[in-house]
Design a protein around this ligand. Structure first.
Ligand code: ATP
Ligand code: MG
Length: 394
């Protein structure tokens, strides 16, 4: 298995101090699958104070020390090294009440969620695979380490992680694990909104999101109750669109669209998404059926919403099978015509100088923009001022 030089350096330094380190978890899984590895996590058979001492002379960040994690800066990379650990009891369905350090690799691997995530590797010892992780990679299966009901009972977030890994990797969920996912799904209500949202985002943009969203609808509904009211046909169509989009904002909007913009807004608030995410999802669910018949109307929409949002709307509409209209044409052309009041070559002060006051100023500027964005009136100062004083504008 390939390990980048800075990881090899970390393992070598540990070894020189008599400790045994391993690459563990997601990096082993992804490397064995031939997928790109996001980050390398290391695990080690000594307690965190000893890890720290091994790297005296290096920059060490001790923020995760309580949980046994020491971060070392090596060759410009932050390397997280976590001591072998066993989790104590669970009473909140999420976090262990205590952690205990151990010198047993087997104990550390057995606390991990899924067989494919419970393998460790070091160049000297080779692959440690105590739960059949490699076989499950070959069979493309997500399977709990140990008894699924126990594992999902300890930490309900694992329920969503199972769906997320299945979606991202394109794996099936092993039958006993899948049955337990459905049986324990209610426990997800104890998990914080932020964590649920983070998992949902990854799940919905995964390779086989459509399949997972459809097969595990009851779990998704616990996270997004607004979907409960949808018919099977409406839900499945939304899941298909969401799965095809491969983008968090667009996928969420696709799934929530049949529930309506208000439900989309409520859902984003309940999941504590950031505001930009919420506003974008609401905009898409609200605007996907607006027809922009005239170029001027499309240009003003471009001015009002901005290019980024309009391009997002075009992608969204296309995925939903909506026909192209003037907004497609206007977004593709170089913007020579004004789209916003700020683009007009006259402003409020010019109109005030002509004797207009109060609400008339805004009304006339809007009327000028309407004509200029249609191309009916040149965006030139003299022409605009002339048009402003025409009798029908007063
Ligand atoms: P990725 O980083 O690609 O999302 P990963 O497998 O590295 O995937 P992380 O959340 O970074 O996932 O966790 C690292 C490892 O820690 C996992 O591979 C797994 O072994 C273990 N792990 C993480 N969260 C849990 C959990 N809730 N319960 C049990 N083990 C977990
Ligand atoms: Mg990771």
């Amino acid at each position: 298995m390939y390990l980048p030089p800075y990881i090899q350096t970390a393992l070598r330094i540990l070894k020189e101090h008599g400790a045994q380190g391993y690459a563990v978890g997601g990096c082993v899984r992804d490397a064995l699958l031939g997928r790109e590895v996001n980050d390398y996590d290391l695990t080690v058979n000594v307690p965190p104070e000893v890890t720290e001492a091994c790297f005296a002379g290096y920059k060490v960040i001790g923020t995760g020390l309580k949980h046994g994690t020491v971060t070392v800066v090596l060759e410009g990379h932050n390397v997280e090294i976590t001591s072998f650990r066993v989790d104590g009891g669970y009473t909140d369905l999420r976090r262990p009440d205590s952690v205990r350090f151990t010198s047993s690799l087997a104990e550390d691997l057995s606390r991990r969620d899924f067989t494919v995530n419970a393998m460790a590797y070091s160049p000297e010892t080779g692959l440690a695979d105590l739960f059949g992780g490699r076989e499950d990679l070959q069979g493309r299966l997500i399977r709990c380490v140990g008894d699924p009901d126990t594992r999902f009972g300890e930490d309900a977030l694992r329920i969503l992680r199972a769906l997320r890994f299945a979606s991202v990797l394109g794996f099936e969920i092993e039958p006993a694990t899948a049955a337990s996912v459905l049986k324990n799904a209610d426990n997800l209500t104890h998990i914080s909104a932020e964590r649920v949202f983070a998992e949902l985002k990854k799940l919905m943009t995964g390779e086989t999101a459509e399949r997972i969203l459809i097969s595990f609808r009851p779990v998704i509904e616990i996270c997004i109750p607004a979907l409960t009211a949808l018919s099977s046909a409406a839900y499945e169509e939304a899941a298909r669109a969401a799965g095809a989009l491969r983008d968090p904002v667009l996928s969420f909007a696709a799934l929530l669209r049949p529930a309506g913009p208000e439900a989309a807004n409520r859902t984003c608030r309940a999941l504590k998404t950031d505001n930009k995410f919420r506003v974008s999802v609401c905009f898409l669910t609200e605007r996907c059926d607006t027809v922009f018949a005239a170029p001027g109307q499309a240009r003003r929409a471009l001015g009002e919403y901005g290019k980024e949002r309009c391009l997002q709307l075009l992608r969204f509409r296309e995925a939903l099978g909506r026909p192209a209209d003037a907004l497609n044409a206007v977004c593709a052309e170089p913007q020579t015509l004004p789209t916003r009041l700020a683009d007009l070559r006259v402003g409020g002060a010019d109109l005030a100088a002509l004797g207009f006051a109060g609400k008339d100023v805004g009304r006339i500027l809007e009327a000028l923009l309407e004509q200029a964005s249609d191309g009916a009136l040149p965006n030139e100062r003299d022409a605009l001022l002339r048009a402003a004083t025409k009798p029908e504008e007063q």
